[in-house]
Design a protein around this ligand. Structure first.
Ligand SMILES: Cc1ncc(COP(=O)(O)O)c(C=O)c1O
Length: 408
C-alpha cells in the first residue's frame, strides 16, 4: 500500500487494504451536539514521498493514495492562477492572486475530491457512490461518475440552487432532494450506504475527499515556481477544502520540497461561523447556520476539528463577514476582475477585503497571497436578484438609442 490511516483526534494508526471512513474508537463517542471526532488522515509512506521529491516537476498524481492510470480521462486542473491587476491596486497587494477553481469541469473545486473518491471506488471494485451535498459536491461527483461509468446516489437539501441539482440530473445521477438541511442529508446518506452498500463520499467522512482536495496545493506549488504562497484565503463550511489545502502543503513539506506552511485563513459568513468559533474560542458546539452563501451554510462542520487545528498550526486565523458584504463582493469580482463567483467563493474575497490591514500588519504588503475562488456564479444567478437587472428592450431604431437616459 502507498498509505495508512491516522486518526486526527487520538492518533491511532490503521494499516488496512480495505476502505476506512473514521476511527471507530473516536467516532463511537460522537453525539451530534459537538463537531464530530475521529476523521482520518491519510499518511503516505516514505517511498511515495521520496519518489515525488526526486521529480523535476510534481503533479497531484505523485501524491494521491490512489493514483490515476489515466489522468486525461477527467483532467483535474491545472486551473488558472489569475493576477487581478485592478483588485491588486484597489487593495494595495501587488502579489495577490486568484486561483480559479470555478474552471474545473463541473464548475467548482469539488471535482478534486470527487475524482480521488472515484479512483478509490474503481480500485476497490465498487460501482456505486453515495453522498450528501449542498450542491457542488453532488454535481462534481455526478460529472466524474458520468465520465467514469459509476452510479451516483445524491442526497441534497431540497432548497439547493436549482442549477446545481439540474446539473446532477443531467449527468445521470440518482438525485434525492431531502426536506431538511444539508446536515440532515449528510446523516441520511451515511445510513443509506450502511444499509445499501457502495462507497460513501461525504466530505471528510471519507478521508479521500481531503486527499483529492490537496491537489490544489501541489498545483499552486508548481504554478508559483516550486514554492508555497505566504497565505491562502479559503471559503469554509465543513472545513474539508481548507484541510485539503493544508494536507497538500504538509505532504510537500514531508517530501522536503517546501520548508514552511502558508498561513491558512478560514473565511466564513457571520451567519455560518462554526469553525471560526472553534479557531477563536475552542468552541466546538453545533450552531444554526443561515447564510445566503448556500455552499458554506453548515450547522455541524464534518471536518471542523481538523480544519481548526490546521489553521492554528499554520499560525493563520479566521475572518467572518456579513452576507451583505459577500453579495457585494460578487459584484466587485465581476466588475473589477471579470470573475463570476458564487456567494461561497466570493466570501473568500469579502474576507480579504475586510482583513486587508490585518494581513499587511502580519505579512507585509508584498506578501504572496492567494484567494481560492472555489465555484462559478453561473450556477446561481438568482443570487443577483434585486441587485442587478437587465435593462428593458428598446425599439429597433437609432432614435430609441438616443433617447436612452445613459446616452451621451
Ligand atoms: C464553492 C464552494 N466553496 C467553498 C466550500 C466550502 O468547503 P468546505 O465545506 O469543505 O469547507 C464549498 C462546499 O460545498 C463550495 O461548494
Amino acid at each position: 500500500m502507498r498509505f495508512h490511516y491516522k486518526c486526527s483526534d487520538c492518533g491511532r494508526e490503521y494499516y488496512t487494504d480495505g476502505i476506512m471512513y473514521q476511527c471507530p474508537e473516536c467516532a463511537r463517542k460522537n453525539d451530534g451536539s459537538h463537531f464530530p471526532k475521529g476523521n482520518l488522515i491519510v499518511e503516505l509512506e516514505d517511498d511515495v514521498l521520496k519518489a515525488a521529491a526526486a521529480k523535476e516537476h510534481v503533479t497531484p498524481n505523485d501524491f494521491y493514495p490512489y493514483p490515476s492510470p489515466d489522468p486525461e480521462a477527467y483532467p483535474i486542473g491545472i486551473t488558472p492562477l489569475m493576477r487581478p491587476r485592478r483588485i491588486q491596486r484597489k487593495l494595495g497587494l501587488n502579489n495577490l492572486s486568484f486561483k480559479l477553481d470555478s474552471q474545473l469541469i463541473s464548475g467548482s473545486f469539488k471535482d478534486r475530491a470527487s475524482y480521488e473518491v472515484a479512483l478509490q471506488a474503481i480500485a476497490h471494485g465498487e460501482k456505486k457512490i453515495a453522498l450528501a451535498s449542498t450542491g457542488n459536491a453532488g454535481a462534481a461527483m455526478s460529472a466524474v461518475g458520468a465520465a467514469m461509468g459509476l452510479d451516483i446516489v445524491l442526497f441534497v437539501p431540497a432548497s439547493a440552487p436549482v442549477n446545481k441539482l439540474m446539473q446532477s440530473v443531467l449527468y445521470g445521477a440518482h438525485v434525492i432532494p431531502v426536506k431538511g438541511t444539508y446536515d440532515d442529508a449528510f446523516a441520511l446518506s451515511i445510513e443509506y450506504t450502511k444499509l445499501f452498500g457502495g462507497i460513501n463520499r461525504n466530505t471528510a467522512y471519507n478521508p479521500m475527499t481531503i486527499e483529492g482536495k490537496k491537489s490544489i496545493s501541489i498545483e499552486l506549488f508548481e504554478q508559483m515556481g516550486r514554492k508555497a504562497p505566504d497565505a491562502v484565503y479559503v471559503p469554509v463550511g465543513d472545513g474539508c477544502i481548507i484541510a485539503g489545502v493544508a494536507k497538500g502543503f504538509h505532504d510537500l513539506m514531508k517530501a522536503g520540497l517546501i520548508n514552511r506552511m502558508p498561513r491558512l485563513i478560514a473565511c466564513q459568513s457571520e451567519a455560518s461561523d462554526a469553525i471560526s468559533r472553534a479557531i477563536n474560542n475552542d468552541d466546538f458546539r453545533m450552531i444554526h447556520a443561515a447564510t445566503r452563501a448556500d455552499s458554506i451554510s453548515v450547522d455541524l462542520p464534518a471536518n471542523g476539528r481538523m480544519a481548526a487545528a490546521y489553521v492554528k498550526e499554520s499560525r493563520g486565523w479566521a475572518v467572518t463577514v456579513p452576507d451583505e458584504e459577500i453579495l457585494n463582493s460578487q459584484i466587485t469580482l465581476t466588475a473589477m476582475a471579470g470573475v463570476l463567483a458564487e456567494p461561497a467563493a466570493a466570501c473568500a474575497y469579502a474576507a480579504i477585503e475586510k482583513d486587508r490591514d490585518h494581513l499587511v500588519s502580519e505579512l507585509g504588503a508584498a506578501a504572496e497571497v492567494t484567494v481560492l475562488l472555489t465555484g462559478t456564479g453561473f450556477k446561481d444567478m438568482k443570487a443577483f436578484d434585486g441587485r442587478v437587472s437587465i435593462p428593458p428592450a428598446i425599439e429597433n431604431s437609432i432614435e430609441a438609442v438616443r433617447s436612452l437616459p445613459s446616452f451621451d
